[in-house]
Ligand binder design. Structure first.
Ligand SMILES: *[C@@H]1O[C@H](CO)[C@@H](O)[C@H](O)[C@H]1NC(C)=O
Ligand SMILES: *[C@@H]1O[C@H](CO)[C@@H](O)[C@H](O)[C@H]1NC(C)=O
Ligand SMILES: *[C@@H]1O[C@H](CO)[C@@H](O)[C@H](O)[C@H]1NC(C)=O
Ligand SMILES: *[C@@H]1O[C@H](CO)[C@@H](O)[C@H](O)[C@H]1NC(C)=O
Ligand SMILES: *[C@@H]1O[C@H](CO)[C@@H](O)[C@H](O)[C@H]1NC(C)=O
Ligand SMILES: *[C@@H]1O[C@H](CO)[C@@H](O)[C@H](O)[C@H]1NC(C)=O
Ligand SMILES: *[C@@H]1O[C@H](CO)[C@@H](O)[C@H](O)[C@H]1NC(C)=O
Ligand SMILES: *[C@@H]1O[C@H](CO)[C@@H](O)[C@H](O)[C@H]1NC(C)=O
Ligand SMILES: [Cu+2]
Length: 571
């Protein structure tokens, strides 16, 4: 008895010491984000661009795993705004996740809200962005999570690290662009340029003197933290004459592999090492579209930055030193994308749930609404006098406007959403075949799917060929998931289950569901809250390619959502 008491006393002391040690290491970072219009000149023209703190892209946040971020967002713009911390698990802090009308009402003009959350067991590159209308076109920045103080990377420490934010620029106000599309029902205008760290680069007019320069020394290793922050376009990225060693994606480490080109959907990040092993000179790094949808208009321009050896001859001295231009894959090079994504393996063997409590099958794709008689033709400018739409399991997601889903759930407010999102498509059909027109029109609704705390979820995401088949980058808030397999055509549970990687599947927060194909993911619903799952092409979320998982509390405080912060914006 005495011995037992002694042991438990010792254990208690040890526990206290370890808590104290964790507390001593972990830091709290305070930031002010003022959302405000600022003059930004690109492509020869100045715009009143919505920014954070007047910066475009916005500030880079750097933390260590275990740290807490406290970001006070003040809205001095004329639009509603929210900020989402893309890929952060937000364990028990769902109120800080950000998507408007899902976890909070937006911060109105003149309002403010403080996002507070702790990073728990995540390392690598993530980012933050606005999650209201299309403000994220210009309201975004990098969020870099270093290993805990004293811990190291699972690869040799690179000499330098540079975030590479790929973006998309309209020679217009992006809010006007989406509002026009919503009014007409047509596809929104495509962008006029892509950007690297906010600059289009010298293949565009009026852009050469501002082209981003990334320095490198001969012999050194450089970590590029590549983030696709573009609104509507999947992008290839490459550097002339250099190869990448891919070491991580979406803040999860990977078994290193080499490639000359990477592809990222909006929302995805990829960490790559490059070595200064080429002749000292200037080399373009370049990004341009991966366009999987056939026949749809897209921005086919190329953005560049320059990888510059510090020992290279100085161009200002009149020596012509045009950077070397890399070859880029064809816009529709799905084979290259498939080879790249199939190279992903988690660095270590992982614990994939082998028993599944919830076996879900969701179709993802576009659709068309036919126009009722009372609609003015100017509002029906989609194909053949229709309006564009998109859906999951034939429901086109409609955001509430009077409450957030999380608030309505916690306060028991009826009439904001229903809990009958279907576990399977209401109608089974040849998803990737020639789909009958009678199936093209989904139903608008605000439906959630309830999950018990701790349930082990398998989700088949099945792309459809309705209107146009396309690769959809599907993102889940509040969770990382394992990607067990991807394939083309219709998922077949009898034959495709054998292809599942249950040993070292990659973990991500955004999965590119192959064009005319499928992806199977698994996760454990261990984070209570209302979690949006959506296509990260903003044009598709605008059309309704989304749904919400409502994850219930488990047992006790540690398995329950925290109470809402006092300054949560009202609707
Ligand atoms: C979209 O493009 C059309 C055609 O170029 C143009 O007339 C229109 O003004 C653009 N809309 C916006 C909101 O920029
Ligand atoms: C650059 O400007 C010229 C002259 O105004 C114009 O003809 C050309 O289309 C522009 N190029 C691009 C890529 O915008
Ligand atoms: C981009 O599209 C325009 C018009 O659709 C076309 O004229 C041009 O050749 C295309 N550029 C590339 C690089 O494919
Ligand atoms: C890709 O585009 C090229 C030319 O635009 C076309 O010839 C080819 O068939 C396309 N490939 C696929 C797989 O769609
Ligand atoms: C428009 O309708 C015609 C005739 O029904 C059809 O052949 C065509 O494919 C339709 N176009 C689109 C873009 O749906
Ligand atoms: C798809 O089906 C429709 C009607 O069933 C038919 O008219 C059309 O020719 C088919 N298209 C293809 C490409 O098979
Ligand atoms: C979606 O639901 C509508 C309305 O019930 C129906 O007309 C359509 O065929 C359905 N489509 C699919 C793919 O289930
Ligand atoms: C801004 O948010 C309020 C709720 O807080 C909502 O009623 C209003 O419609 C929103 N405005 C826009 C333009 O979305
Ligand atoms: Cu999509």
């Amino acid at each position: 008895m005495e011995a037992l008491r002694k042991t438990s006393f010792l254990l208690g002391v040890l526990l206290l010491l370890s808590v104290a040690a964790t507390l001593a290491d972990a830091k709290v970072h305070f930031h002010d984000f003022v959302v405000q219009a600022a003059k930004v000149k690109r492509l020869c023209k100045t715009h009143n661009t919505i920014t954070v703190n007047g910066q475009y892209p916005g500030p880079t946040l750097e933390v260590n795993d275990g740290d807490t971020l406290v970001v006070n967002v003040v809205n001095r713009a004329r639009y509603n705004v929210t900020i989402h911390w893309h890929g952060i698990r937000q364990l028990r802090t769902g109120w800080a996740d950000g998507p408007e009308f899902v976890t909070q009402c937006p911060i109105g003009p003149g309002g403010s809200y403080t996002y507070r959350f702790t990073i728990q067991g995540q390392e690598g590159t993530l980012w933050w962005h606005a999650h209201s209308s299309w403000l994220r076109a210009t309201v975004y920045g990098a969020l870099i999570i270093h290993p805990k103080e004293g811990a190291s990377y699972p690869f040799a420490k690179p000499k330098r690290e540079t975030p590479i934010l790929l973006g998309e620029w309209w020679d217009a106000n992006p809010i006007d662009v989406v509002r026009e599309a919503t009014r007409t029902g047509a596809a929104p205008n495509v962008s006029d340029a892509y950007t690297i760290n906010g600059q289009p680069g010298d293949l565009y007019n009026c852009s050469s003197k501002d082209t981003v320069i990334v320095p490198i020394d001969s012999g050194e290793t450089h970590l590029l933290r590549v983030i696709n922050a573009a609104l509507n376009q999947e992008l290839f990225f490459t550097v002339a004459n250099h190869r990448f060693t891919v070491v991580g994606a979406d803040a999860s480490y990977l078994k290193p592999f080499t490639t000359s080109v990477i592809m990222l959907g909006p929302g995805q990040t990829t960490d790559v090492l490059i070595s200064g092993d080429q002749l000292p000179a200037r080399y373009y790094m370049a990004a341009r579209a991966y366009q999987s949808a056939q026949g749809a208009p897209f921005d086919n321009t190329t953005t560049t930055a320059i990888l510059e050896y510090k020992s290279a001859p100085c161009p200002a001295k009149g020596i012509s030193s045009n950077p070397v231009m890399p070859a880029l894959p064809a816009f529709n090079d799905t084979a290259t994308v498939t080879a790249f994504t199939r190279s992903f393996r988690s660095l270590k063997k992982v614990e994939v749930p082998t028993v599944v409590d919830e076996s879900l099958f969701f179709t993802v794709g576009l659709g068309l609404f036919s126009c009722p008689k009372n609609f003015h033709p100017s509002r029906c400018q989609g194909p053949n006098g229709t309006r564009f739409t998109a859906s999951m399991n034939n429901f086109s997601f409609v955001l509430p406007s009077t409450f957030s889903i999380l608030q309505a759930h916690k306060q028991g407010v009826p009439g904001v959403f229903t809990t009958d999102f279907p576990a399977n498509p209401p109608v089974q059909f040849d998803y990737t075949g020639n789909v009958s027109r009678s199936l093209w029109q989904p139903v608008p609704a605000t439906k959630v799917y309830k999950l018990k705390f701790g349930s082990r979820v398998q989700l088949v995401l099945q792309g459809t060929n309705i209107q146009t088949a396309e690769n959809h980058p599907i993102h889940i808030h509040g969770y990382d998931f394992y990607i067990l397999a991807t394939g083309f055509g219709n998922f077949n549970s009898r034959t495709d289950t054998a292809k599942f990687n249950l040993i070292d599947p990659p973990m991500r927060n955004t999965i590119g569901v192959p064009v005319n194909g499928w992806a199977v993911i698994r996760f454990v619903a261990d984070n209570p809250g209302a979690w949006l799952m959506h296509c990260h092409l903003d044009v598709h979320i605008t059309w309704g390619l989304a749904m919400v998982f409502l994850v219930e509390n488990g047992v006790g405080e540690l398995q329950s959502l925290q109470p809402p912060p006092a300054d949560l914006p009202p609707c």
